[in-house]
Write a protein that binds this ligand. Structure first.
Ligand SMILES: [Mn+2]
Length: 303
């Protein structure tokens, strides 16, 4: 039988990887990834004894299911020539396809929430209890990761309810502690090259024909970022000059619940987008947690 590949976006995060694996297990498909997994995802896969999905490069001519993304810019090479069977996603929609496609979307905190919600009965029907526990553990981890342990403004009551049900099923009593453990697994950024800190979770957007790149990292101590402030600004500037109208980096302190926002590009645009003054190339914005819900729409509006 011809293989059907399930994968999420480039620079994969925990929601992308775990949603791909979980959906593949539920529907007997082949999970795949676009790029290396991060430390946080590695922690989750090890915790539930699940293998890292195989990498996939060009998907031209292949049958595919997209999870956790729908923009071709964030997808695999050759996606224009792939046969897209399904999309399951919680991001803004920028998708078109010349054939009918199954498209499942809701503004929930994670793709994993959508999978847990709409495929609950398929999951319950799985006979192998070990396999069922793995699926639920992965979905739980992805929800906690993508909602930043329910602190992100993208979090809904449904995310919380579904996560709590999943936690019960896999035997995790303290869901918040488990969530912080997942986030901490990303580890300290100390000593890591600036490039890997910024590019580990980096997405490209097309705002009115202008290419904007936005990276994000989540940390438990923002001071680590202040120590490498100048290097970050320099890297963003070089990156912008190569390929972008603007580059942005969002360093989110998950304990303080705010972000230091860095940029390279037109200062008046970003000041207008966030209605704030930048000292140099960055500013701390309290309550800023979500690229998808806060950074992207604000920037898109000024472009
Ligand atoms: Mn997601």
């Amino acid at each position: 039988m011809e293989e059907i590949y399930v994968f999420g976006h480039k620079s994969p995060d925990t929601d992308t990887i775990c949603s791909a694996i979980a959906y593949a297990k539920i529907k007997n498909l082949t999970p795949a990834r676009l790029g290396e997994i991060n430390e946080e995802t590695k922690f989750v896969l090890e915790k539930f004894c699940v293998e890292v999905p195989r990498p996939i490069e060009n998907v031209g001519g292949k049958k595919v299911v997209l999870v956790d993304h729908n923009e071709f810019q964030q997808s695999a090479d050759g996606i224009e020539k792939a046969e897209i069977l399904e999309v399951i996603d919680h991001h803004k929609i920028k998708f078109s396809c010349d054939k009918p496609v199954k498209f499942l979307t809701e503004p929930l905190g994670s793709t994993a929430t959508l999978i847990a919600k709409y495929f609950e009965s398929d999951i319950e029907e799985i006979k192998d209890t070990d396999e069922k526990k793995k699926i639920k553990g992965l979905l739980l981890s992805a929800i906690l990761s993508d909602t930043v342990v329910f602190k992100s403004p993208t979090t809904t009551e449904e995310d919380k309810k579904i996560a709590n049900d999943l936690a019960k099923a896999v035997g995790i009593d303290d869901i918040v502690k488990f969530g912080i453990d997942i986030k901490k697994a990303k580890g300290s950024i100390g000593g890591k090259p600036v490039e890997s800190i910024i590019m580990a979770d980096f997405k490209e957007f097309d705002f009115n024909g202008k290419k904007v790149g936005i990276g994000q990292t989540e940390i438990v101590d923002i001071n680590e970022i202040y120590e490498i402030k100048d290097q970050i600004s320099k890297f963003l500037e070089n990156l912008k000059n190569k390929n972008y109208e603007m580059t942005v980096f969002v360093a989110t302190d998950i304990i303080r619940e705010g972000s230091e926002l860095f940029f390279a590009g037109d200062k008046s645009k970003i000041e207008k987008a966030f209605n704030t003054k930048f000292e140099g190339n960055s500013v701390y914005i309290s309550g800023l947690m979500s690229r998808k819900k806060q950074v992207v729409p604000n920037l898109q509006q000024v472009f």
